[in-house]
Design a protein around this ligand. Structure first.
Ligand code: AMP
Length: 281
């Protein structure tokens, strides 16, 4: 497995792979890898001949006062994990390699970023869309793999690839969870023991919503209230949003029908956690 730092090295590596007719799978990450990331990588390995993983903490998608500086980093451990699942190469560029002096181009999308996480994190999806577009141009993958954990991101990237006629398939992989239901995240390491104990309330509230819908509840507002009440039982939890939306437009739903996304963002101290479920009603 190679660890590549420069764009030119990745392009040369990919040229070599494609010259012998092999397909390229791509898993973009910010590192500090966990079982969620590894599941994406295994899925990529199962579907593509060679898999490349990027590890890049993209400053453009962090807002003022967010955790860019503190975001956990451990390239040595990440490289061992990538090696263990048979990754061909890691692309781990420096910020200056991705955004050299004089960098001026950004990818902006209308509508989809104006919901859910985009409201609390203005500019976040502009940063995500820009870095993902750059990474796609560098790696030229046949398939790229993203997690359903970041449901809005997954939708935005699918839209981006379709709107800009990008020549690849976007594959979305289900959420990988801890035993108690907490969605795996690199940010879970920030949680104090008390916060960690309270954090599965996101998943529990989603399960309660699912049960209520299966029992016949049809109103979005009733589901939101049920979840808000449930999350508020945990004194350490501060709700950012609880939304019941259309899976395709992210618009709020009064009446539950079709493909529904139920998404939550909750802060525990300075740690913001997100989770979601999708239902076909
Ligand atoms: P990140 O390093 O947090 O930017 O995540 C990189 C990729 O892994 C994104 O496509 C995430 O959606 C995905 N991912 C992160 N956590 C999980 C999880 N618990 N289950 C599935 N995919 C995940």
């Amino acid at each position: 497995m190679q660890i590549l730092k420069m764009v030119a090295e990745v392009k040369a590596y990919i040229r070599g792979v494609k010259a012998v007719g092999k397909s390229v799978g791509f898993v973009p990450t910010m590192g500090y890898l966990h079982e969620g990331h590894l599941t994406l990588m295994r899925e990529a390995k199962a579907n593509c001949d060679v898999v490349i993983v990027s590890i890049f903490i993209n400053p453009l998608q962090f807002g003022v006062g967010e955790d860019f500086e503190e975001y956990p980093r451990d390239l040595t451990r990440d490289a061992e994990l990538c090696q263990s699942v048979g990754i061909g190469a890691i692309f781990a560029p420096a910020v200056a390699e991705m955004y050299p002096k004089g960098y001026h181009t950004f990818v902006d999308m209308e509508e989809l970023p104006n919901h859910l996480c985009g409201l609390a994190r203005p500019g976040h999806f502009r940063g995500v869309s820009t870095v993902v577009s750059k990474l796609f141009n560098i790696v030229q993958p046949d398939k790229a793999f993203f997690g359903q954990k970041d449901a809005q991101q997954a939708l935005i990237i699918k839209r981006l690839a379709a709107d800009l006629n990008m020549n690849l398939e976007i594959v979305i992989v289900p959420i990988v969870r801890e035993e108690d239901g907490l969605a795996m995240s690199s940010r879970n390491v920030y949680l104090t023991p008390e916060e960690r104990q309270a954090a599965p309330v996101l998943y529990q509230s989603l399960q309660q919503a699912k049960a209520a819908i299966e029992a016949g509840e049809t109103k979005g507002e009733a589901i939101r209230n049920l979840m808000i009440n449930s999350i508020q039982q945990q004194k350490l939890a501060k709700i950012d949003y609880v939304e019941v939306v259309s899976r395709s437009s992210l618009e709020g739903l009064d009446r539950l029908e079709g493909e529904v996304l139920i998404a939550v963002a909750v802060c525990f101290g300075k740690t913001r956690l997100i989770d979601n479920i999708m239902l076909n009603i």
